[in-house]
Every structure is written in structure tokens, then in C-alpha cells.
Design a protein around this ligand. Structure first.
Ligand code: URA
Length: 267
């Protein structure tokens, strides 16, 4: 009796829920169907080989970098040489080669670390958040990308924006050195610790090295002045350091004026 009352209630619930047709005399456990599906092996997706190591050994990479970089007679040659270079695996995970931007005839050249996500997408250096801060910083002393040229130590984005390894920086160094000689600036600004360490070597970090001009002799023997400044990405994380960068920018401005470099009215 109680059972039939319960069944009536259940039928009524089904009916109100729109269940108005019997499709089988046997119950069907749909929860079990889901369980069974979950236990199936995952579908086999097409496996794309993912290149995570350079195609050549570090020794061969260094030799190949030296040869192809020194053979580049123009910036376009150098770009093509980098496109063909197989000694840095970052190339295989990046979307674009990030070569350089700005005025290649400028007397001032800036060198940063490596592209981030925005740079990788657009194929241009320093166009993301830290690049926008860098542009603002240099605009305060009357400099825009019309009067400086800018590139990076590494021309491909490291996955997840991690710091490039010293091995990756070394592999790309001959190209950076050639890049400097092809632009042939009088003043070099190393933006951040990686550019400073890679080009100046030595044990001292950027905190000690920033703030004063040093002499730099390029691969082809051209003498230039070099200075290191904090990276804008660091300033975004530690705004308390902006004062130091401001002092460095003023120093840079005075040296450029002394050397007859034309600056726009600072904004
Ligand atoms: N940081 C860099 O060092 N370089 C870029 O191009 C962008 C961010």
C-alpha cells in the first residue's frame, strides 16, 4: 500500500517533469554510462613534435652563430641569418622573431633582455607594458624611437616570460655584437641585468654597474660609451627604484647634449 502510494508520487513527479512516455521496460543506469566514459583511455590527439632543444650542439651553435653573424653586411642580412639559425631552441616555441625597432641610423642604441608575449605577437621589441614605460621614460628626456634604435639580447620569447639562460644568451651573442656594429651607435644603453651581464661580463650586477658611463669597444673596434639602467619591468614591480632611473636618464640626456645629439622638447 505504502509502496503504491510512493510509486504514484514518483510518477507524478516524472509527469510534472515532462516524463510522459515509457521507452524501456528495463531501468537504464545513466550514471554508470558516465562512469564508463570517464574510464575510457583519452582520445589520441595528433602528436605534433615539440622542439625544445637546439637542433645543433652548443659548440656547433656558437660556430654557426659566429660565421653567419659576421657574414651579415646589412641589418636585413642579419635578420635573415637569425631566421636561419638553429642554435637556440627558443625559436621553436616563439611565434615571431623580434629583431629590432626604431632608427637604425641613430647614435643611441638600447639593448633589452628578451621579448614578452606582446612583442612575440607583434614581432617588435618593447611594445608591451614595460615597453610603454620605457617609451615614457625616454620621452621625458626628449628621445623617441626616431632618435634611438632598440633590440634585445635574445630575439625569441622564452616560454612563460622566464629569464633567458646564460647558454641561450651566449648562443645569440654573436648576433647581438654584429647588430651593434651594423647600427654603429656612439652610445649604448643596456636595459636591465641580462643585457649588462651578457655584454659586459664580470661579476658585478646591475645595482653596482648602473649610473655611470663606461667604455665599450665593439667587435669591429668602434669605441662607444655604455651605461646600464634598471629594466622597466623591474620598475613596474619596484616603483621605489624610479628615482635611480630618473638620475640615470638625466645623466644620459646631458651626455647626449654634450655630444651634439638632437633631442626633442621633453614632455
Ligand atoms: N622586455 C625586454 O627586455 N624586451 C622586450 O622586448 C620586452 C620586454
Amino acid at each position: 500500500m505504502i509502496l503504491s502510494e510512493n510509486l504514484k508520487t514518483l510518477l507524478s513527479i516524472f509527469h510534472h517533469a515532462g516524463v510522459d512516455e515509457i521507452i524501456s521496460c528495463q531501468p537504464y543506469d545513466r550514471f554508470q554510462e558516465i562512469e564508463d566514459t570517464l574510464q575510457l583511455p583519452p582520445p589520441q590527439l595528433e602528436q605534433k613534435p615539440f622542439q625544445t632543444a637546439p637542433l645543433i650542439s652548443p659548440k656547433a651553435a656558437s660556430k654557426s652563430a659566429e660565421t653567419s653573424a659576421s657574414g651579415a653586411q646589412t641589418l636585413e642580412d642579419l635578420r635573415a641569418a637569425l631566421q636561419a639559425f638553429e642554435g637556440c631552441a627558443l625559436k621553436y616555441t616563439a611565434t615571431n622573431l623580434v629583431f629590432g625597432d626604431g632608427n637604425p641610423k641613430a647614435r643611441l642604441m638600447l639593448i633589452g633582455e628578451a621579448p614578452g608575449a606582446d612583442e612575440d605577437r607583434q614581432g617588435l621589441p618593447f611594445v608591451g607594458q614595460s615597453g610603454q614605460l620605457l617609451d615614457k621614460m625616454f620621452a621625458t628626456i626628449g628621445l623617441t624611437r626616431q632618435n634611438f634604435y632598440i633590440t634585445n639580447i635574445i630575439p625569441w620569447r622564452p616560454p612563460g616570460n622566464r629569464q633567458p639562460t646564460p647558454a641561450e644568451a651566449d648562443a645569440c651573442l654573436p648576433f647581438v655584437r654584429r647588430h651593434i656594429d651594423l647600427v654603429s651607435p656612439d652610445f649604448l644603453i643596456l636595459v636591465g641585468g641580462t643585457a649588462t651581464k651578457t655584454l659586459l661580463g664580470g661579476r658585478e650586477g646591475i645595482v653596482r654597474l648602473r649610473g655611470s658611463w663606461k667604455d665599450y669597444t665593439s667587435e669591429m673596434g668602434k669605441k662607444m660609451k655604455v651605461i646600464s639602467i634598471f629594466h622597466p619591468a623591474y620598475l613596474l614591480r619596484s616603483p621605489g627604484q624610479k628615482r635611480e632611473v630618473w638620475l640615470d636618464l638625466i645623466k644620459i640626456k646631458h651626455s647626449l647634449i654634450e655630444a651634439g645629439v638632437e633631442l626633442r622638447d621633453a614632455c
